[in-house]
Write a protein of this length. Structure first.
Length: 333
């Protein structure tokens, strides 16, 4: 099961802007497109106000207009090059545009202006992690911790990097430090839960339950709990958690498939199993497990023709898929 990858958080747009010019108390709208139009008008009135270009860049990022955001932020910097926040947001924009080197250069500019900018070190750590340069990522995160050793996000990122490196001992140590500093850090509970539940350690259930309490829509944690209970034959709890996943995302293929598998193997209700596997195939027509398991359900019902068809569909996807090969032998070609 893959852990969620850290994302760069774009700052929210301010609800109001300072008026430019004497006595201008115009209030900015809050809806992004209206705010963009408002800023465009302001820029026409005050074409040398760097802050307006910066604010426009923030709104354009919110609207996913990355190239235009980069241009606007570049204009802001041309007018006022010494503003840390301009370079910091431009780093975000460049990274979202896939321009990793440019983003790193932006952050270096921030640190030239202010060598103690924690956000810049953190973002450098994120970029290095994104590039799988784990040693550089740790180096940047540690720089941030030298400036603020009570930064929970820094310990979380550090834990994630060590998890990526395969050092689970260090990952756990840093993730636990994260929740010591911030006992509502849902993502840290999630990763700790995944680590411990993979060992079948009861602590995994505790951590994942905390993650879902803090964030009831945490599908990763809910699915991990469902899978844990299924693996331990606690079917009622497994079904409960799979259904909670589906209440959030009705097209979650793995949850649908596993509910079908429960009906097929634990409850021996072939009709319900077929229904779940059919739902899976409507979403993912190339799901070889769903084809094979639906064929098995038909086989158990005594419908050899539909079973044969299902096994053949699975074999069309993978001619050597063992469960389908064995199935077609049982029902005949």
């Amino acid at each position: 099961m893959k852990c969620k990858i850290l994302t760069i958080i774009v700052l929210l747009v301010s609800a109001t802007l300072f008026g430019c010019g004497g006595g201008n108390d115009d209030k900015a709208p809050t809806e992004p497109k209206e705010l963009l139009a408002f800023l465009e008008a302001k820029i026409k009135q005050n074409p040398k106000d760097a802050e307006l270009y910066y604010e426009r860049g923030r709104v354009l990022l919110q609207l996913d207009e990355i190239t235009d955001a980069i241009n606007s932020l570049t204009q802001a910097i041309a007018l006022k090059s010494g503003e840390e926040k301009y370079h910091l947001l431009l780093a975000d924009a460049h990274l979202r545009n896939g321009q990793v080197k440019e983003s790193y250069a932006d952050l270096q500019e921030v640190l030239t202006i202010n060598p103690k900018n924690i956000d810049a070190y953190m973002k450098r750590g994120e970029i290095a992690l994104f590039s799988r340069d784990y040693d550089r990522s740790i180096e940047s995160i540690d720089k941030a911790l030298e400036l603020d050793d009570l930064n929970p996000k820094a310990y979380f990122m550090r834990g994630y990097v060590f998890l990526e490196k395969g050092d689970t001992t260090e990952a756990i140590r840093n993730l636990r430090k994260t929740i010591d500093l911030d006992n509502e850090y849902s993502s840290a509970y999630e990763l700790l839960g995944l680590l411990f539940i993979n060992r079948n350690d009861p602590l995994g259930v505790e951590y994942l339950n905390t993650a879902t309490t803090l964030d009831p829509n945490n599908i990763t944690a809910l699915y991990a709990l469902a899978l844990h209970y299924q693996d331990n034959a606690d079917i009622d709890k497994a079904e409960n958690y799979y259904n909670r996943v589906l209440a959030i995302n009705s097209h979650h293929v793995d949850a649908l498939h596993n509910l079908g598998y429960i009906e097929l193997t634990f409850k021996e209700d072939n009709d319900k199993a077929i229904d779940y596997f059919t739902q899976v195939l409507a979403i993912d027509p190339n799901n070889i497990q769903a084809h094979t398991n639906r064929a098995l359900a038909y086989e158990q019902k005594g419908d050899k023709a539909k079973a044969r068809e299902g096994y053949r569909q699975a074999l069309d996807l993978s001619p050597t898929y063992t469960p389908a090969v064995e199935g077609i032998k049982r029902v005949g070609k």
